[in-house]
Design a protein around this ligand. Structure first.
Ligand code: SF4
Ligand code: SF4
Length: 301
């Protein structure tokens, strides 16, 4: 039933006691509009689903709906929906990337840091996407999950937010067609998304957004580079400026991840402790170091 990008099962997440359930309405990826539209249009169903999740986990603090955009239509709709609810609060997050990442979100709402290689439950938090909570309410009402909200953007004639479970080409038809002849689809979002070429690929419950880009777009080029080429590029031009580490959200949460050290090991084959390379598993894949930070346009992630 889960509709977040991670696909974790809702019944597993809510089967343990916790201190707080956080409804994630902060849409991690830029340009996605799913959560915003849902909160504007179906706020009461989201609040109802959150109450079910709070009940299932028997928690102390109740539920928190975390979103960006103070004073937005979404916030006003939610405030109206919670006006008689004692156990639900609205939490305004700063508008920065990657505030919707589960670890960053939990730190923002609770002030506590989820330890490395662990999950929010380890510090008493459960995070559920707002669409998942809408689905919880619908499930209680007897409606199965057969559709999802999807943002379709980029080189389509009418960027739209659609609900469906169909092949990509049909999504684009509903957006009045694609405006370039040679295109690729970025699935997910510009930061963490992956490139798909087959228009017959179906929308799944984890498909949050489709971005139609010309085949020669920078993002398409960067995300389809073969690994041996990336390594050669890195050996030739990583200047060890350390920016990739200084801006890394995991490093800023004081997790033991330093991408510039991993680059150093890959490039120079130094005999660094194995933990340095293993720390790559702590990477959330947010893409900041690659898309925004590295002055050499390398891929430290
Ligand atoms: S930001 Fe780029 S150039 Fe600087 S250390 Fe990281 S990978 Fe190397
Ligand atoms: S993608 Fe880069 S910035 Fe993001 S968590 Fe991984 S190493 Fe850090």
């Amino acid at each position: 039933m889960a509709q977040g990008g991670g696909w974790f099962s809702t019944h597993v997440k809510t089967s343990h006691p916790c201190d707080v359930v956080i409804a994630n309405g902060s849409e991690c990826e830029p340009l996605l509009a799913n959560d915003k539209v849902l909160m504007e249009e179906e706020a009461s169903l989201i609040v109802e689903g959150l109450k079910w999740a709070v009940k299932a986990t028997g928690n102390k603090r109740g539920g928190v709906i975390a979103l960006k955009g103070k004073g937005s239509k979404a916030e006003l709709a939610l405030l109206e929906a919670v006006k008689n609810e004692q156990e639900i609060e609205i939490f305004n997050l700063g508008d920065y990337y990657p505030v919707g990442d589960e670890f960053i979100l939990v730190q923002g709402v609770t002030g506590r840091v989820v330890p490395e290689r662990d999950i929010p439950l380890s510090i008493g938090a459960v995070v559920l996407n707002v669409e998942t909570l809408r689905n919880v309410t619908q499930a209680v009402q007897g409606k199965p999950v057969i559709e999802r909200t999807l943002t379709s953007q980029g080189k389509v004639r009418r960027p739209s937010v659609l609900r469906m479970g169909t092949p990509f080409w049909e999504v684009f038809e509903q957006c009045w067609g694609v405006t370039v002849s040679d295109y690729m689809t970025l699935v997910g979002g510009p930061m963490m998304g992956s490139v798909v070429s087959d228009p017959l690929t179906p929308v799944t419950k984890a498909t949050t957004g489709l971005f139609v880009l010309p085949k020669d777009h920078t993002f398409v080029r960067k995300k389809t580079l073969p690994l041996p080429f990336i390594i050669k590029q890195s050996k030739a031009s990583c200047c060890q400026c350390t920016y990739c580490t200084e801006f890394c959200p995991c490093y800023l949460l004081e997790h033991d991840l330093a991408p510039h050290k991993i680059m150093r090991q890959i490039n120079l084959r130094l005999d660094v402790p194995p933990q340095v390379v293993e720390s790559a598993f702590l990477c959330s894949g947010c893409g900041l170091c690659e898309i925004f930070v590295c002055p050499m346009e390398l891929s430290p992630e």
